[in-house]
Design a protein around this ligand. Structure first.
Ligand SMILES: Cc1cc2nc3c(=O)[nH]c(=O)nc-3n(C[C@H](O)[C@H](O)[C@H](O)COP(=O)(O)O)c2cc1C
Length: 330
């Protein structure tokens, strides 16, 4: 079965890619991921705050003003708690390129249009084949309009695109007033791919210790539904390629994501739960499913349930909401 797909301009033998996570930190695990057939790798992120911390330290040493405020950095984890610092991150790209022959996608994660974005150039020089720009931000400022926030992200993308030649994907949150509008603006500014969606790790409240407690919970397939809707709405209507991240655990989840319009499928929680060899299972079961349902190729199925091609487009839109509420009364 021909499972090949194109993502960020790379011709991949199939759509399964380990998403950004600590899975790529250990070279033995990386070899196992490649043996299990990973089509490409996404590295965990290098965070704006890590780079800013280093820039503040360098500025202090050189006695020059830095773009970042030292106060804002005091709430962040210690530098030692990150597995790879900025320099080690670049070295790790070199190491990955030496051990695998599949595309290596590095990841920069931040929310401001600042000097930290210079790292995009260093990441390209270190040998990364592409860059994922994770624009994880929480809009907590009462004076920041949605337009200001989106303009900032567009500036970040432009700064990165102007400084490097490798493809750039933007990893987005689902929380935009008009995602189609913003997605199209990103594509017009040169985003080669859009990655849907960031998961928000939502803090819980510990009522005994009166603390805001961070929680890290792996996903399940229920999280895919939000992604399916937006893939279906964007598919075929933006020039950027589309990757899904969040809630793909089984080959059936993958079938749904491809039907909705995904070009690539990023998997993290399922690999953390079942190990790297789960990639091979996903790939084999996807091929079997396509054969059983008499498809000639993955490409034939891609986007077949998107907004433009599915038999009931209203099901992706507001009509669906009314139908679901009505269904309560049978
Ligand atoms: C332990 C862990 C570490 C992660 N680190 C990153 C990261 O550094 N950068 C990033 O963009 N996403 C990171 N993610 C998010 C994943 O890339 C992915 O988007 C998310 O887990 C949803 O996919 P899943 O349902 O397959 O887990 C991390 C996820 C986990 C569980």
């Amino acid at each position: 079965m021909d499972l090949s797909t194109t993502y960020l301009g790379f011709r991949l033998p199939h759509p399964f890619v380990p998403g950004a996570s600590p899975l790529v930190d250990d070279l033995d695990t990386v070899r196992q991921l490649e043996d299990a057939g990973a089509a490409a790798l996404v590295m965990h992120s290098l965070f704006e705050e890590q780079i800013a911390r280093e820039q503040v330290a360098a500025a202090r040493y050189l006695d020059v003003p830095s773009e970042s405020s030292p106060e804002s950095l005091t709430y962040l984890p210690d530098p030692e708690s990150f597995v790879l610092g900025p320099e080690e991150y670049l070295e790790h790209i070199h190491k990955l390129k030496a051990v695998v022959s599949i595309p290596v996608i590095a990841s920069l994660n931040g929310s401001t249009d600042g000097g930290w974005l210079d790292y995009a150039r260093l990441i390209e020089s270190a040998g990364a084949d592409a860059l994922e720009l994770n624009v994880y931000a929480l809009a907590t400022d009462f004076d920041a309009s949605s337009e200001m926030i989106e303009r900032r992200t567009l500036h970040m993308l432009t700064a990165v695109k102007n400084s490097i030649g490798i493809p750039v994907a933007v990893k987005l949150s689902p929380f935009y007033t008009s995602l189609p509008y913003f997605a199209r603006r990103l594509a017009e500014r040169g985003a080669d791919g859009l990655v849907l969606f960031n998961r928000f790790y939502q803090p819980d409240i510990d009522v005994e210790d009166l603390e805001v407690a961070p929680t890290l919970r792996l996903s399940d397939s229920a999280e895919l539904l939000l992604r399916l809707r937006w893939l279906a709405i964007l598919s075929g209507r933006v020039t950027a390629s589309l990757a899904v991240t969040g809630g793909v655990h089984t080959s059936l989840d993958a079938v749904k994501a491809i039907m909705a319009g995904a070009d690539a499928i990023q998997v993290v929680s399922a690999l953390l739960r079942h190990g790297p060899e789960h990639l091979a299972t996903l790939r084999r079961d996807l091929a079997l499913w396509l054969e059983e349902h008499e498809y000639d190729s993955l490409e034939q199925m891609k986007g077949s349930m998107n907004l433009e091609r599915c038999p009931n487009p209203a099901a992706h839109e507001r009509a669906n909401y009314m139908t679901i509420l009505q269904s309560w009364w049978g």
